[in-house]
Design a protein around this ligand. Sequence first.
Ligand code: ACO
Length: 432
Amino acid sequence: MAEETLTITDNRTGLRYEVRIRDGAIAATDLQKIVSDGPGSGLLSYDPAFLNTASCRSAITFIDGERSILRYRGYPVEELAERSTFLEVAYLLIHGELPDPTQHRVWVDAITHHTLLHENIKKLIDGFHHDAHPMGILVGTVGALSTFYPDAKDIFNVESRRLQILRLIAKMPTLAAFAARHAIGMPYAYPDNDLSYAGNFLNMMWKATELKYEPNPVLERALDVLLILHADHEQNLSTNVMRAVGSSHADPFSATAAAAAALYGPLHGGANEQVLRMLKEVGSVSRVPDYVKRVRAGEMRLMGFGHRIYKNYDPRAEIIKKVADDVLAVTGRSPLLDIALELERVALADDYFIKHRLYPNVDFYSGIIYSAIGFPVEMFPVLFAIGRAPGWLAQWQEGLLDPEQKIARPRQVYTGPAERHLPAVRQPAVAR
Ligand code: ACO
C-alpha cells in the first residue's frame, strides 16, 4: 500500500514538505514546519467553526451525515431507540458496553438514589425571578452543584468521577423539574424511587395532591426515547465546550454548566423552542407556502431544518416522527403537527431547500411531542440538556483520559494594527 503521506509544495518558497496522514487526518501542528519568513511564521490552518477540523480522537459516537447514520459505541440509534432504555444508553456511552443484568441493577439503583438535591438548592431556585427561563436556572444550579461537591475537583480519581457522573445524570431531571415548578409557583415535587427515570421526571413535573403519581406508559416511553435520541452527537457545540472546559481540569459540574449554556442558544438546543414558536407564527396549513417563500427570500431561517453534519435526513427525525404518532394517539392530534407536516412537504419539494440540502433535524418534531405531553416551550432546551448529559460526561471523561489531551487553546489569524507607539509625552484621556 502506498505510504499514507501528503506532499505539499509551498509556492511562496518553492519548498516541498511531506506530512503524515493518520486515520484520514493530518496533524495541524505538522503544518508549522512550512515557514515563509523564519521561526514563528509556520503555516496555520484557519477553521473558525471547526468545519473540517477534528478536535479529538473519540470512540463514543459515529456519524455519517451523507448516509444518515448515527451510532453510539457502534449500535445504530434506531435499534437503541427501539430496544433499550435511556439509562442503558447512558451506561453504554460512559462505559463503552451495554450493562449486563447485575451492572444494570446497580447502575439504575445508584442513579435512583442520587436524585435528591441539597435543600439549599431549593433556596437558590427560590431566589430566581418568577419568570426566569428554566434553562437559565438549570445552567446556574448545575454550576452551583460544584460548590456542594468539592470532591468533584478530584477528576483523576476514578471513584470520584464515577460518583459525579451518577450525581449529574440523577440530579439533572430534579433541577429541571424544580425550575419548571418555580415558574408556575407550584411546590417542588420530590423524586419517587419506584418510578423509571422518565416516569419520575413526569412525576416531579406534574404530581399535584395525589398520593402516588402514575405516569402514562406511552408518554413515559416516548420521553425515554427522546432522551435516547439526544444522548450524544459527537463533537457538537455543547460537547466541544464540555471538552474544552474539561481540558482546563475544571470539575464536571462547572463543565456541564458551560455545556448547558452552549446548548441554550437558538442555533443549537434552543432550536426546538424556536420551532414551536415558528409553527404558532405560521398559524395554519394554508399559510405554509407563503412562509416558505419568506424563508427563501432570506427573511428568516426555517427552524428545525438544516444541520452542520446531516446533509440528508437526520436519522433521529425519522424516529421522532413515529414517536409523535404514538403520543398524539394518546393526547389528541395537534394542529401544529399538521402545519409541521405541510412545512416539511413544501420545503422538501422546494428548490432552495434541495439546493442547500436542508432536511428536518431532530428538533423539528421533538417540540410537538414535548408540547403534546404538556411541557411548556421554555422546558424544551432543558429536556435536551437532560438527554445530552450522559454524552457530555462520556466525552468529558474520554478527553481527560486521552494522553493527547492538552488545554484547548486555538490559534488566531491576527488582523489588527501592526506595532505602533504612544506619543512620548501624553496625558491620559479624562472623562468630562
Ligand atoms: N433555513 C433556511 N436556510 C438555511 C437554514 C434554514 N434552517 N439552514 C441553513 N440555511 C442556508 C443558509 O442561509 C446558507 O445559505 P447560503 O449559502 O445561500 O448563504 C446555507 O444554508 C448554509 O448555512 P450555514 O449556516 O452555513 O450552515 P451551518 O452548517 O453552519 O448551519 C445550522 C447549521 C446552524 C443548524 C443551520 O442549518 C440553522 O441555522 N438551522 C436552523 C436552526 C436549527 O434547527 N438548529 C438545530 C440544529 S440541530 C441541533 O442542534 C440539535
